[in-house]
Design a protein around this ligand. Structure first.
Ligand SMILES: Cc1cc2nc3c(=O)[nH]c(=O)nc-3n(C[C@H](O)[C@H](O)[C@H](O)COP(=O)(O)OP(=O)(O)OC[C@H]3O[C@@H](n4cnc5c(N)ncnc54)[C@H](O)[C@@H]3O)c2cc1C
Length: 494
């Protein structure tokens, strides 16, 4: 059996390892932290259980397809519910949009704010559905190793309808004029890591994911996905070792032959770097074997980092939903302070997850589990004083908008920001969400999943194809596993 070493047990590493184990490879997964899940780990303090990273469960089809590969289903693994309302958007103390899960109610909401808008909305969503379906069937699973993969009449024809060269900002404004509805439709771009006027209109497919496919929640928290994936990985025979920090990938005669972790040597026939791509290349590989230089990395457009607070609140908070977006400030200015003139934002928008609104297991009775998050530029100064300043800014706004006192009821408080991303995940610049999804960083223009000089060294994760987010990271692991299976010609042995 060929030995595969996977570095990093985030979604991408778990996904790649499990697919390869199923196909008969001898897979060992080495993870530097004491638990799996990477950016999606959980934090338990005094009866509160916080999801440390992702909280929006979108694109349920991707999770379903993943588990189906291993003869199980999402329903067998965790209890998934659709949130309704999907989320609330606070534009001011008195202007709140609660986004209904029901599509007809969503059309009515548009009509209320912009009479006649349900007609263009139906067309907008039909186009978004087309883009989603074509992307998921023809684009997202491509290894993007060559432009030739995309030269196919059907794909080229589809690409013309995908609005690759129009910005999503303009595209949305061509359909709607109400500023709140525009902001609502631009919000998923927050996850994509670029300003709406620099994000291709292709990504209106995220509006389809948001509005039609819906926002879901696994009871017990997002960490349930990690537990389920670990469970499946172990069943397929993956050996998962935590507290293993890989410090070197050894190369001999143009082949990766082993990795060094905590001073121990693990032999390998194939290596997958599923930690941050930049770290794997710059810190674990000798310079002559790297795909990219430091100058290349510096020229990349990164998606944001973030400041988060995990809070236990000693009372119930009125007026919040499970997901809450505080858009009571200028989105464009905040985006400029993330991407154009990187600095701490002057008037940040922020969002909060209050998972205890849906799930009584994540907070003690009568208390609330509250996570606050501000997207910020990567690699800006991070210290306790700055974090506290922004804690006060978010708290004051939260108290003002929801009209109640919250700060005196904080009984658990932990912050997480740029230096934590660097320390915990070897994150490049302390990024939270990987590379921005601009046209110039899409498909073959992303860091490639294969080392160009070492033919048994691969990469997976949010910095390579198809991109950031939980579903794309899972897909990234599947793509790399497929490439390895194809190249090393191992057929399914189980
Ligand atoms: C705060 C936050 C909120 C988010 N919200 C959402 C959301 O709501 N919905 C969504 O879909 N996505 C969201 N995302 C994005 C999503 O979480 C990520 O895209 C995804 O988890 C990345 O998975 P990954 O496997 O590529 O990387 P990671 O999760 O970073 O996993 C890489 C692993 O490699 C390990 N590693 C690194 N270096 C080494 C080494 N030298 N040796 C051994 N191990 C190493 C790390 O410890 C880590 O466990 C969010 C991300 C963050 C940070």
């Amino acid at each position: 059996m060929k030995k595969v070493i996977v570095i990093g047990a985030g979604f991408a590493g778990l996904s790649a390892a499990t697919s390869l184990a199923k196909s008969g490879f001898d897979v060992t997964l080495l993870e530097k932290n004491s638990s799996q899940g990477g950016r999606a780990r959980k934090l338990e303090i005094d009866g509160f259980t916080f999801d440390m990273g992702p909280s929006w469960y979108w694109m349920p089809d991707v999770f379903e397809n993943f588990f189906k590969e291993f003869d199980t289903t999402v329903a067998e693994q965790y209890d998934l519910i659709r949130l309704d309302p999907s989320y609330a958007v606070f534009f001011s103390k008195d202007e709140v949009l609660r986004i209904p899960a029901n599509l007809n109610e969503f059309y009515q909401l548009f009509e209320k704010h912009e009479p006649g808008s349900s007609v263009p909305l139906k067309k907008f969503l039909a186009d978004a559905e087309y883009k989603y379906n074509v992307s998921m069937s023809d684009f997202v699973h491509k290894p993007s190793l060559s432009i030739l993969e995309f030269i196919d009449f059907r794909i080229l024809n589809a690409a013309l309808r995908m609005d690759l060269f129009k910005s999503i900002s303009k595209y949305i404004r061509n359909h709607f004029s109400n500023p709140q509805l525009i902001q609502l439709l631009e919000f998923p771009v927050l996850f994509l890591g670029a300003k709406p006027n620099e994000t291709p209109a292709l990504y209106s497919m995220m509006n389809y994911a948001d509005i039609v496919l819906g926002t879901w929640y696994p009871q017990g928290g997002m960490y349930k996905i990690v537990e389920a994936m670990v469970n499946v990985a172990v069943k397929q025979g993956v050996k998962i070792k935590t507290d293993e920090t890989v410090s070197k990938i050894n190369i001999e005669n143009g082949q990766a032959v082993s990795v060094v972790s905590n001073g121990k040597v693990y032999k390998a026939d194939i290596v997958i770097g599923a930690g941050d791509y930049h770290h794997i290349e710059q810190n674990l590989l000798d310079e002559k074997y790297r795909n990219y230089t430091q100058t290349y990395w510096k020229s990349r457009k990164m998606a944001p980092s973030c400041l988060m607070y995990y809070l236990g609140i000693d009372k119930k908070i009125e007026g919040l939903e499970h997901h809450n977006l505080f858009f009571d400030t200028d989105f464009d200015k905040h985006a400029e302070e993330i991407y154009d003139r990187p600095q701490w934002p002057s008037h940040p928008l922020f969002y909060s997850t209050c998972a205890s609104k849906t799930d009584s297991s994540v907070a003690p009775a009568g208390k609330e589990n509250l996570v606050l998050l501000i997207p910020i530029a990567v690699d800006i100064e991070d210290n306790e004083q700055i974090r506290e300043k922004y804690f006060d800014i978010m708290m004051n706004r939260l108290e003002h908008i929801t009209g109640q006192s919250i700060k005196p009821f904080v009984i658990v408080k932990k912050s997480y920001c740029i230096s934590d991303f660097k320390n915990d995940y070897n994150s490049f610049g302390g990024n939270a969400y990987g590379l921005a999804n601009t046209l110039m960083q899409t498909a073959i223009l992303k860091p490639t999943l294969k080392n160009k000089k070492i033919n048994n060294l691969y990469y997976a994760g949010q910095l390579t194809v198809p991109g950031p987010g939980v579903p794309p990271s899972i897909i990234s692991g599947q793509i790399v596993a497929k490439e390895i299976i194809k190249r090393f010609q191992i057929t399914n042995l189980k």
